[in-house]
Design a protein around this ligand. Structure first.
Ligand SMILES: *Cc1c(COP(=O)(O)O)cnc(C)c1O
Length: 491
């Protein structure tokens, strides 16, 4: 053998000290970025040069990490989405926190696959799920699992609901075991992931009843009940009601007490999609309306939205831990547990969900909750709602603006109006305002259409937003709107 072939290969750095100082540089750059973010443009268009750079063939040979980092800084870093910025209000997205990011770094450095085995990450994960139950005031005997986000949390819960339906042995025999079609109820405002979940777990789109909403975009309970009765009359099997705590469009809250009562009356599984707004429970102004969450059969909620931890992590809580386990547990020979040693310890987490490989996503939640405590999160969540309401008042005070939905949770929907403009012209005006305010890098609202009205939508789960950002937002919307109207008049 030559000297060369005797060398064992590795992916570790050839020069540890150089990699260490590169790592320090990355951390320094990140801290500068975070500290200065308020003064930065929130978003910038991606130049063609960058898109070309990101359309290259697979590398055959390696390059120096320093060079790769330089390219990252030039081509990737400047064109971030912007949701770490204090004026990011699009969709529903969290900001993250510095310690949350560092926790992710540490989690990735330890790199445990957090599903099975006797190691510390399993206990951190277990504790975080217990803390999630406490945040929701859910019973201690309940079970839960951390997943990638709200969509996975919802499908996990609905899978348990389906597999534990009646005595039909749906898990082993599939849906054909049920004597008729299972039917799920939600509202027309329910997030699309519920429909997708229903399709994936074999119910099909036709089994999803989308109940109408009132003028506050909340599910109409009378319509729900008459639909259930009609389905029963037709020999179908109503099996689950999904109530939303904070709809993605307007932050509306379905009437939880009534949904719980109807679910009990008809023996249905009551699931709450609280991906966005279950955590509003921590705001005293909302805790009363969300009290019934505590009696739900299952809750899905995101921690990367209103707990502000870095992407990605959501949580499912299931009241009946036995049903939860029975929906997923399988123990193949290669996953046997022992009472001692590395394969001892807590019940394997793949008995509670579909995923087998799981990162140590619990650490960023564990560190964040320890860093700030429940009280601070309650204040932050309340602050976001107060900011949304303040914005609502600014809109109401201004004759050039109009609210298009009641302010709820932390979402404010409004548009600019102008006398003599048709609906179509108003749509064009507000769309152009939206695009320009984004392109000028001032703020990032998103849009929706409510009762046919094209609407600017400000969803605030942002731990960096200040009240003054709301004043600035209104000022800039009006400035840009007037500018557009002038251009139209002069053309
Ligand atoms: C965000 C959201 C979802 C989806 O959650 P992801 O974390 O994006 O998968 C579902 N329902 C509601 C109400 C949401 O706000």
């Amino acid at each position: 053998m030559t000297e060369e072939t005797k060398k064992d290969l590795t992916l570790d750095p050839q020069d540890w000290e150089a990699m260490r100082s590169l790592g320090h540089q990355m951390i320094d750059d990140l801290f500068d970025y975070w500290k200065g973010i308020r003064e930065q443009k929130i978003w910038r268009p991606i130049p063609d040069e960058v898109k070309e750079y990101l359309d290259q063939p697979l590398p055959e040979k390696g390059e120096a990490p320093e060079k790769i980092y330089e390219e990252f800084k030039h081509y990737i870093f400047p064109y971030n989405k912007g949701n770490i910025h204090p004026r990011f209000f699009a969709w529903i997205q969290g900001t993250g926190t510095p310690l949350g990011v560092l926790a992710d770094l540490l989690a990735s450095g330890m790199n445990p696959n957090c599903t099975i085995g006797e190691h510390s990450a399993m206990y951190v994960d277990h504790q975080v799920v217990n803390w999630c139950k406490q945040l929701m005031n859910f019973p201690t005997e309940a079970s839960g699992i951390l997943v990638s986000g709200g969509s996975m949390a919802n499908i996990t819960a609905l899978t348990v609901a389906r597999n534990s339906f009646g005595d039909e042995k749906i898990r082993s025999r599939g849906l054909k075991a049920a004597s008729a079609q299972l039917v799920l109820y939600c509202s027309v405002e329910t997030h699309s992931c519920i429909q997708k979940a229903a399709e994936i777990i074999g119910l099909g789109t036709e089994s999803v009843r989308k109940i109408g909403v009132n003028e506050r975009f909340e599910m109409r309970v009378d319509e729900l009940e008459s639909q259930i009765q009609e389905d029963l009359k037709n020999g179908l099997l109503p099996f689950a009601v999904v109530g939303t705590s904070g709809t993605v469009n307007t932050g509306a809250i379905d009437p939880m007490d009534e949904l719980l009562a109807i679910s009990k009356k008809y023996g249905l599984w009551f699931h709450v999609d609280g991906a966005y707004g279950a955590l509003a429970k921590l705001n005293p102004n909302y805790s009363g309306r969300l009290k019934a969450l505590e009696d739900a059969d299952s809750i899905a909620f995101d921690l990367h939205k209103w707990l502000y931890v870095p992407y990605e992590v959501g949580c499912t809580l299931i009241r009946d831990s036995k049903k939860h386990r029975e929906a997923f547990a399988i123990t193949p020979n290669y996953l046997l547990q022992e009472s001692r040693g590395l394969s001892g310890g807590l019940d394997s987490l793949n008995n509670y969900g579909f995923e087998l490989s799981r990162g140590f996503k619990a650490l960023k939640i564990w560190m964040s909750l320890k860093e700030h405590g429940r009280e601070k999160y309650a204040q932050m969540i309340t602050q976001n709602s107060n900011q949304a309401e303040y914005l609502g008042k600014l809109v109401e005070k201004n004759p050039k603006l109009e609210l298009t939905a009641p302010v709820s949770m932390s979402i404010t929907c409004f548009r600019m109006i102008k006398e003599g403009f048709s609906e179509e012209e108003l749509r064009e005006l507000n769309r152009e305002i939206l695009l320009r305010i984004q392109e000028e890098g001032i703020a990032s609202p998103s849009s929706t259409i409510l009762n046919g009205k094209f609407t600017l939508r400000i969803a605030n789960t942002n731990q960096r937003t200040r009240m003054e950002d709301m004043d600035l937002l209104v000022k800039e919307v009006l400035r840009i709107g007037d500018e557009i109207i002038n251009e139209w008049v002069n053309s």
